[in-house]
Design a protein around this ligand. Structure first.
Ligand code: F3S
Length: 63
């Protein structure tokens, strides 16, 4: 499973990093999120799915 955060859509709501803190990191500069790793470890898949659903901007894509 792979995850991507669209930097154009992300508005820094931070929910992704609260739901899946191991998989998303927030920029100190603009507060926007990015994936720690494009490849999601199996033990993080559930949290990453929840994070994607939690994002109000639908900025997180899972493939
Ligand atoms: Fe951005 Fe959505 Fe996370 S707006 S900070 S990707 S909850």
């Amino acid at each position: 499973m792979k995850v991507h955060v669209d930097p154009e859509r992300c508005q820094g709501h931070t929910l992704c990093a609260m739901v899946a803190p191991k998989s998303f990191e927030l920029s100190d500069i603009d507060g926007h999120s990015s994936a720690v790793s494009e490849d999601v470890p199996p033990d993080q898949e559930e949290q990453v799915r929840e994070a994607a659903q939690s994002c109000p901007e639908r900025a997180i894509t899972i493939t």
